[in-house]
Write a protein that binds this ligand. Structure first.
Ligand SMILES: Nc1nc2c(c(=O)[nH]1)N[C@H]1C(S)=C(S)[C@@H](COP(=O)(O)O)O[C@H]1N2
Ligand SMILES: [Mo]
Length: 203
């Protein structure tokens, strides 16, 4: 997570230092969706994680809300070049779900494929969604996450371009092989590090 508290350099990072190459800062929060916003009633909402053997665990909305909650503040960076500083979220670290799934067992999987209620998919290395760097978020700026921004709940993975943060997420599947998702299949970078400007395949 990008923070601007005084760090090891002994001073706050300036806004310019917090802006990845080729990005501009914005105060607004643009909506970027490949299709229409799906309506997902909380009564039927579930979040499922499964491993490469097909073993899975699911949480209802109530069960998810009863898990330990975190309140990350992060800078987010869209590949369309806007960056938004200090976004505030409430949600559950993906470590909680993956820890429950694996329960101390080894996994042969090195990747995850996120799948959403609108059919959207995106792929990530497993290590990038562990270690306190990725959340299932249901609250933005102190309010329930708006449907257009991925409500009831979305992934928030601020250290990668924001297309990796699947809105309306319903499932995380651990995979042994990297399986490109929706934008990755269309030519976007498999990893998507904003600091290395990994916008397209080959960057
Ligand atoms: N399910 C789903 N998630 C998605 C998208 C989408 O079309 N469907 N768009 C992605 C893209 S390209 C971006 S930049 C961010 C945009 O999030 P926002 O609309 O809240 O700004 O969501 C990402 N997650
Ligand atoms: Mo995007």
């Amino acid at each position: 997570m990008e923070t601007y508290s005084p760090g090891f350099q002994g001073r706050a990072r300036t806004l310019q230092e917090r802006l990845p190459p080729g990005q501009y800062p914005t105060e607004s929060f643009p909506v970027l969706s490949a299709g229409p916003t799906p309506q997902v009633p909380l009564e039927s909402w579930t979040f499922t994680v499964s491993d490469e053997t097909g073993r899975g665990l699911s949480w209802s909305w109530e069960e998810m809300m009863a898990l330990p909650q975190e309140s990350p503040t992060a800078d987010i960076h869209c590949v369309t070049r806007w960056s938004k500083f200090d976004t505030t979220w409430v949600g559950v670290s993906l470590d909680v779900f993956l820890g429950a799934l694996l329960d101390g067992r080894e996994t042969a999987a090195e990747f995850v494929l996120a799948r959403s209620y609108d059919g959207y998919t995106t792929n990530l290395p497993l290590r990038d969604v562990t270690g306190g760097r990725a959340w299932l978020a249901h609250t933005f700026d102190g309010q329930p996450l708006a449907p257009d921004h991925g409500g009831p709940a979305r992934l928030v993975i601020p250290h990668l371009y924001f297309w990796k943060s699947a809105k309306w997420v319903r499932e995380l599947r651990l995979t042994v092989r990297d399986q490109p998702g929706f934008w990755e299949t269309a030519g976007y970078h498999d990893y998507g590090d904003p600091w290395r400007e990994q916008r397209h395949q080959g960057d």
